[in-house]
Design a protein. Structure first.
Length: 146
């Protein structure tokens, strides 16, 4: 199994960025923990971070034929991007949505996700554990399906 891990805008700033909300781990450290979890699950991952909506859309399209599922933290694009949602719907790859923070206990504008309706499920509020649990859930889902 080969999973695409996508990190959206501002997640390259993790560690420095509002650590009270997002924790003190850098994106590189999160990716390393994801690699470890993937190898425990006998799966592999490729991670990409972009601040550009179009790059994320292109990467989702290119996942077809390369990856069996997508783990995504779309950052602020979660709440704004019909294009990302449509890209996920277009490739129709099983997708799990994750957030470090609990988006439902924060500002009202974070309560709506364009990604959720095209995702298998969402994990929000557990810091880096959101990613690790999301990866587990996605791998289990893909194994059940095949
Ligand atoms: C986030 C939550 C979003 O509302 C925010 O814009 C982010 C990070 C999270 O992981 O908690 O950039 O997706």
């Amino acid at each position: 199994l080969n999973i695409l891990v996508l990190h959206g805008p501002n997640l390259n700033m993790l560690g420095l960025r509002e650590p009270g909300i997002y924790g003190s781990l850098s994106l590189a450290e999160i990716n390393r923990l994801l690699e470890e979890e993937a190898s425990k699950l006998q799966a592999s991952i490729i991670s990409l971070q972009s601040n550009h909506e179009g790059v994320l859309v292109d990467t989702i399209h290119e996942a077809l034929g390369k990856h069996q599922g997508i783990l995504i933290n779309a950052g602020a694009y979660t709440h704004t991007s019909v294009a990302l949602r449509d890209a996920i719907a277009a490739v129709n790859l099983p997708t799990v949505e994750v957030h470090l923070s609990n988006i439902y206990r924060r500002e009202e504008f974070r309560h709506h996700s364009y990604i959720s309706p095209v995702a298998i499920g969402q994990i929000s509020g557990f810091g880096v554990q959101s990613y690790l649990l999301g990866l587990q859930a996605l791998v289990h889902y893909l194994r059940e399906k095949s």
